[in-house]
Design a protein around this ligand. Structure first.
Ligand code: UD1
Length: 381
């Protein structure tokens, strides 16, 4: 049985790595990696392949950057050729980036079974490109693997048949669990001169926060204010850097004392930065989950979240409208332990989600063999 796993942008790599590893434990599954090239830099892509032990992609589509339509269209045209050549039984897509939706649509139009990992998440905000990608991908998927309870509720509400939906946990947490020890060996705190639990880690790249001058000015103001009482470490996303330079704000940032500006970090380095930080300030999707698992308070600078479990039982707080005063007061509350965070880990975020997914797929394709195979896997540890 042949399965094509699609990766395109940075948050896809750590989700596909454990899945590919899990598929390889079954001799009758041929698992291939297709990289669309939506992210292409050494620091946004190659370093993740190296650190995650992912093999060189079987196909690299090299689509690069562009408008949403350009990226989506280029991925579709190239991916169709791969499907024609490979004739896979299954296509697997993860998350919510443009490559996810583009490959999902191509696969389904060619009658290939489609798997969506991280299905059912909804922010309710259709202005986010990711939300459209999620809705469109889920609506045509044959296997929908869900990370948190809210996903089950959304899919049921949208009329997706129960038979197609599986609550399996979170493959992103699989990678975190798998690489946490390796990351601890980097000694990054010493290298950067940082004191554990005495700095703020910041990331910011959502179009709504960085693409307009007035919003990005607020981000800079927020950094200035926080830096007055805490050291900040800020790996700058290429999108954010582009707009900081365009709006002539980058130099202002460089002159803020107590702020360490970094290039986008590798996966292992970033785990270390998250784990050792006192508070995280972000607008990322995945970091809300990683910080929940690591039990680090996280302030998410967005109006909505598609990952509500990180708020209901985890350590995440949502701060709408880029309200700088609210950010600072919530930040101070966090430092003083005045928030009602519960620091619990959501169900099935245990490092085994990819194994569950592979077992379900294998069982569907090889019902007779799967019991024996599963026994062998557990005997081999
Ligand atoms: C994309 C995803 C977003 C995800 C994010 C993680 C979509 C709609 N968005 O957003 O969900 O959270 O990735 O990073 O798919 N660039 C580089 N080098 C690269 C890649 C991009 O310099 O390797 C530049 C591009 O030229 C562009 C900007 O970064 O100017 C944005 O890249 P793009 O892939 O369009 O969107 P992201 O903001 O990264």
């Amino acid at each position: 049985m042949k399965i094509l796993n699609v990766v395109g942008a940075r948050p896809n790599f750590m989700k596909v790595a454990p899945l590919h590893r899990a598929f390889l434990t079954y001799p009758n599954i041929d698992s291939k990696i297709i990289h669309t090239g939506q992210h292409y830099d050494e620091r946004m892509s190659s370093i993740f392949f190296e650190q995650l032990g992912l093999p060189k992609p079987d196909y690299y589509l090299g689509v690069g950057s562009g408008s949403h339509a350009v990226v989506t269209a280029k991925v579709m045209v190239e991916f169709e050729q791969i499907i024609l050549k490979e004739q896979p039984d299954l296509v697997l897509v993860v998350g919510d980036v443009n490559s996810t939706m583009a490959c999902a649509l191509v696969a389904k139009k060619m009658n290939i079974n489609l798997i969506h990992v991280e299905a059912g998440l909804r922010s309710g905000d259709r202005k986010m490109p990711e939300e459209l990608n999620r809705i469109l991908t889920d609506s045509i998927s044959d296997y929908l693997f869900v990370t948190e309870q809210s996903g089950m509720i959304h899919l049921a509400r949208e009329g997706v048949s129960e038979k197609r939906v599986h609550f399996v946990g979170n493959v992103m947490i699989d990678s975190l669990v798998y690489y946490q020890e390796q990351s601890a060996q980097l000694n990054l705190m010493d290298k950067l001169g940082l004191e554990k639990k005495n700095y703020v880690l910041m990331t910011m790249h959502r179009p709504s926060n960085v693409d307009q001058k007035n919003q990005l000015e607020k981000v800079v103001k927020m950094i200035q204010k926080i830096s007055q009482f805490k050291k900040i470490v800020f790996p700058v996303h290429p999108r954010t850097k582009k707009y900081l330079k365009q709006f002539e704000l980058f130099e202002k940032l460089e002159n803020i004392p107590n702020l360490i500006l970094l290039e986008p970090q590798g996966y292992l380095e970033f785990i270390s930065l998250m784990e050792n930080s006192e508070i995280i300030v972000t607008d990322s999707g995945g970091i809300q989950e990683e910080s929940t698992f690591l039990r680090v308070p996280c302030l998410t600078i967005r109006d909505t979240t598609e990952r509500p479990v990180t708020i209901s039982i985890g350590s995440n707080v949502l701060i709408p409208k880029l309200d700088v005063d609210l950010i600072i007061s919530t930040f101070k509350d966090c430092l003083n332990g005045k928030n009602d965070m519960r620091f619990e880990i959501p169900p099935l975020w245990d490092g085994k989600a990819a194994e569950r997914i592979a077992a379900i797929i294998h069982h569907d394709f090889f019902p007779a063999k799967s019991i024996v195979q599963l026994k062998n896997v557990s005997l081999n540890g």
